[in-house]
Design a protein. Structure first.
Length: 284
């Protein structure tokens, strides 16, 4: 029997721990067993029970206080993650081997871990050797994504993780419940974006011809390949949580032996989902 894993990624402050806590509560209500592993050696507080905590192995504060190392916060975190990669046996012992495991890995927020450092890629490969089906879940803060330039930056961050890890990835806009009605209306166009209209929005602001050309190339690449789309995540709305979980479950084929059903909407019908969500929430 396979095992299942969500690798919960995203910039610092994007809501990774809140996402994990919300998913645990939602799955408990559905009668599903979901466990969480904290992989952030700099974590301070989280309101979910953990089956394993990397701070039991190594902690950023201890590394920073070591006189022989003299690392700052970022260097200390990288050191911790590299130490973790050399001690995957600790994780294996902590996870045990229970068939049909479903585990959320709450990862650190430093973007370099998903772009040019090999640690997270090594973790993915190790999980796959342990018979896990792994899905990347990349979170961005919807409050950050309401402008074209910031949205393009968020897409590139998600795309970098996707390329680096080479696993299926679901991209999510979090904290939808914190947006005003006006902001929700504005952000609707970013969930399934028309990048060519983004080009017009962005290049009208730019004065440099060189940067206009670069922005057009980036937007064209994103649109032509259609690799990055976002789902809204509103932790106060059970339907929103369930839709996200359905997409992830379908990606890793969770419960395929239980006559698993596809998400209620196909990719081409995602615009209908967006319309339904915003009609329910913007008009309130």
């Amino acid at each position: 029997m396979p095992r299942y894993a969500q690798l919960v990624m995203g910039p610092a402050g994007s809501g990774k721990s809140t996402y994990c806590s919300t998913m645990v509560q939602h799955c408990e209500a559905l009668g599903r067993a979901v466990q969480v592993v904290n992989l952030d050696p700099a974590a301070e507080l989280f309101n979910y029970p953990v089956m394993a905590d990397i701070r039991e192995l190594i902690e950023v504060d201890d590394v920073m206080e070591d006189e022989s190392l003299r690392f700052g916060p970022n260097g200390g975190l990288v050191f911790c993650m590299e130490y973790f990669a050399n001690n995957f046996n600790w994780l294996e012992e902590s996870l045990g081997h229970v068939e049909d495991d479903y585990i959320l890995f709450d990862c650190p927020g430093q973007i370099e871990l998903y772009t040019h450092l090999p640690v997270m890629k090594q973790l993915v490969e190790q999980l796959q050797q342990w018979e896990f089906r792994v899905c990347g879940v990349f979170l961005v803060d919807s409050q950050f994504m309401v402008e074209s330039f910031k949205f393009i930056s968020g897409i590139l961050a998600a795309l970098s993780a996707m390329i680096s890890l080479e696993i299926p990835q679901i991209n999510i806009m979090t904290k939808m419940d914190l947006l005003s009605k006006k902001a929700k209306k504005e952000i609707e166009k970013y969930l399934d974006p028309d990048m060519y209209s983004m080009i017009e929005d962005s290049t009208n602001i730019l004065k440099s011809k060189m940067f206009k050309k670069l922005t057009k190339s980036i937007c064209g690449l994103i649109d032509d390949y259609g690799m990055v789309r976002f789902l809204p995540f509103d932790r106060s709305d059970e339907e929103s949580i369930n839709i996200v979980l359905q997409h992830i479950d379908f990606t890793i084929q969770y419960g395929e032996d239980l006559e698993f059903k596809e998400p209620r909407e196909c990719e081409e019908d995602k615009s209908a989902l967006v319309d339904e969500y915003f009609q329910d929430h913007v008009d309130e």
